[in-house]
Design a protein around this ligand. Structure first.
Ligand code: FES
Length: 273
């Protein structure tokens, strides 16, 4: 963890997005950190000051947005840590470390297709905010929960967005077909594809990228747990072209080498999923 990137911030709000018996989603709004720079795709480690030794580790979260006043993180309750995060309230203090990790490429001159699966939409909110030419962006968003569970507010006004709610395996097959069609279309335009979502979704995109030879980056952020290289829960295998030659063709931790990778730098077939 880079301790010079540490900041203590005040919670300004926590906004519930959608709740049912199975899932709760929240936007955590923090006072704006004194960052000189950050890029969409990067993440922060977060630890509420109220946590005692029963939860040792901070938790990694993609940066969703940075506005003129706030740092916004988006999360779903998945376990003990996020359940406790959901109990934060305005005025509480949290410690963050960041911005950390690699980021998504941004090229105003190239049509760019954003592929988001479920909560993987979070970093694209900031990506759209930061992009120099949002009219060159389009998004395909596949999700299982109703759309109000996700932070989509700034997309519909700024970019062309298609949203598909999946109810069945047939819907999933349709989504995968559409993804491949749209990736082929972007290839014809010499464009760029960026993706974030669950591993099966990303693996499909990784295969398409190889087959269609389209420039594609994927974020493996959803695999991260400790965020500091200790738990090995986020390991992915690189390809022979990986820039760090000492790690080429070998497993690397997503949290220390990613979370955003070019698809040609990964060998997801080695993951056995
Ligand atoms: S998240 Fe634990 S090693 Fe990367």
């Amino acid at each position: 963890m880079e301790f010079n990137k540490r900041a203590e911030l005040t919670v300004t709000d926590i906004v519930p997005f959608g709740q049912n018996a199975e899932r709760e989603s929240y936007a955590l709004i923090l006072e704006k950190p004194q960052w000189l720079d950050w890029k969409a795709g990067q993440f922060v480690m977060v630890r509420p000051c109220s946590w005692t030794k029963d939860i040792t580790w901070a938790r990694p979260f993609s940066i969703c947005r940075v506005t003129s006043q706030s740092l916004v993180l988006f999360f779903q309750v998945m376990g003990r840590g996020t359940k406790r995060m959901a109990q934060l309230k305005a005025g509480d203090k949290v410690v963050i470390w960041g911005p950390l990790g690699t980021h998504f490429e941004s090229d105003a001159s190239r049509p760019t297709l954003l592929l988001a699966g479920g909560i993987g939409i979070a970093p694209f909110a900031g990506y759209v905010d930061q992009h120099e030419k949002p009219s060159n962006l389009s998004m395909l968003f596949s999700h299982r929960l109703p759309i109000h569970y996700y932070p989509t507010d700034n997309f519909s006004l700024q970019i062309e967005m298609e949203s598909i709610q999946e109810h069945s395996a047939a819907d999933l097959a349709t989504t995968l077909e559409k993804i491949k069609e749209q990736m082929a279309h972007i290839k014809e335009q010499n464009g760029l594809v960026l993706a974030c979502g669950p591993m099966p979704f990303l693996k499909n995109i990784w295969r398409n990228a190889h087959e269609l030879k389209v420039d594609t980056q994927i974020s493996l952020e959803q695999r991260m747990a400790c965020g500091v290289g200790a738990c090995l829960g986020c390991v992915a295998t690189t390809s022979e072209t990986f820039a760090d030659k000492s790690r080429a063709g070998l497993p690397v931790q997503t949290c220390t080498k990613g979370p955003v990778f070019w698809t040609h730098d990964l060998n997801l077939d080695a993951e056995g999923m």
